[in-house]
Design a protein around this ligand. Structure first.
Ligand SMILES: NC(=O)c1ccc[n+]([C@@H]2O[C@H](COP(=O)([O-])OP(=O)(O)OC[C@H]3O[C@@H](n4cnc5c(N)ncnc54)[C@H](OP(=O)(O)O)[C@@H]3O)[C@@H](O)[C@H]2O)c1
Length: 324
């Protein structure tokens, strides 16, 4: 698989990454089962076989079980830890954490960031994360506190590189003004049916422009070489198997994806992901399926080239209207 160099880092990573969100099964306290453990082993092995080198986690995924089962799988694969790039996130706290009645919230406090990383390292069975992302912007963020936490984690060798997720351009800029380390990634929701960060660039100053809040996030990231990662790259499967009762836009986008896949002799997954890969920002899709065959079908995207005309036809279908 072709690779990207993450700017401002020494990391060379596969163009497609694997998202481990669902590896741990249910989002509750139920323990990991034998079936979940063997499924995780099969998926991680398949991803590595396909050439995937970046694995995406978060402290909260299935309440920590996704990191735990991944750590167990890694222990059974000698030498694998050195060959992969491990990324995790912190900053979201779930309902009842740690006390019953606490609401879902974001927490970029020094204490929470450092404690969260220590938990991820313990569950993953590693002494360092290659990349740590702040999961969702915390309105109560004190950028100096984040800077101190990052400095401590960097100095202790627990985290090598830092980034963010779901942040706007201005939010990245504010943090970067305080944090000594370069913010190397912004992981955002991006797919054919949710292309607002690309669409705002062609919709600016048009009647009904609804993207003021995104404020040039993609262009900012390109300008400052913050690599973009795309979560939900196949819109939770809607681009591949649109639900029986869905809107016209979803149906017609999925139909065009299927038509192009047939014409190119490839999979629908490959076309949907190739649309992201074709963008010159160097977007890295984070594939989240828990089915081995779908993961393999997704990795075929690495060999698919979309022409400008094909890219725009897909873009127009996904946004529900031709470009202005
Ligand atoms: N930063 C953030 O805020 C954030 C938010 C969400 C996710 N993420 C990261 O991004 C990764 C991917 O996100 P995601 O899981 O939402 O992405 P996704 O791959 O678009 O969606 C996964 C869902 O779609 C289904 N699916 C995937 N491929 C399919 C296919 N080819 N055909 C039919 N159904 C398919 C999956 O079911 P099956 O498992 O049955 O295939 C699963 O229910 C996550 O694992 C996580 O690492 C980050």
């Amino acid at each position: 698989m072709k690779s990207y160099r993450i700017p401002h880092s020494d990391l060379e990573v596969s163009r497609i990454a694997y998202g481990c969100m669902d590896l741990g099964g249910s989002w509750d306290a139920r323990p990991l089962t034998k079936a979940l453990r063997s499924r995780a082993a099969e998926l991680v092995a398949a991803a590595i076989e396909q050439g995937i080198t970046l694995f995406d986690h978060a402290d909260i995924y299935t309440h920590g079980k996704s990191e735990t089962v991944f750590g167990d799988v890694l222990r059974e694969l000698p030498g694998a830890r050195q060959r992969i790039v491990l990324q995790s996130k912190c900053g979201i706290r779930l309902q009842d954490d740690p006390r019953r009645g606490n609401p879902p919230r974001y927490d970029f406090s020094h204490l929470h960031i450092v404690r969260s990383v220590e938990g991820s390292l313990r569950r993953l069975g590693t002494d360092h994360l290659d990349i740590l992302l702040l999961h969702r912007p915390d309105p109560l963020v004190e950028p100096d506190e984040v800077a101190q936490a990052f400095a401590q984690l960097k100095q202790s060798g627990k985290v090598r590189h830092f980034g963010v997720s779901n942040h706007t351009a201005a939010q990245v800029a504010l943090l970067q003004r305080h944090v000594d380390q370069p913010l190397v990634i912004n992981q955002v929701e991006l797919n054919l049916l949710h292309s607002y960060l690309i669409d705002e660039g062609v919709s600016a100053n048009q009647e009904g422009d609804r993207y003021a809040a995104a404020a040039g996030t993609l262009d900012y990231c390109r300008l400052h070489e913050v690599m973009i990662q795309a979560w939900s790259p196949v819109a939770k499967g809607k681009l591949i198997h649109p639900p029986a009762r869905t809107d016209r836009r979803t149906r017609s986008t999925a139909a065009l994806v299927a038509k192009l896949a047939r014409a190119k002799g490839t999979t629908k997954e490959a076309v949907a992901l190739a649309w992201l890969l074709r963008h010159p920002a160097g977007i890295q899709p984070i594939v989240g399926t828990t089915k081995r065959e779908r993961l393999i079908a997704s990795c075929l995207a690495d060999g698919v080239e979309l022409s400008r005309e094909e890219w725009y036809a897909l873009f127009a279908a996904g946004r529900g209207a031709p470009v202005p």
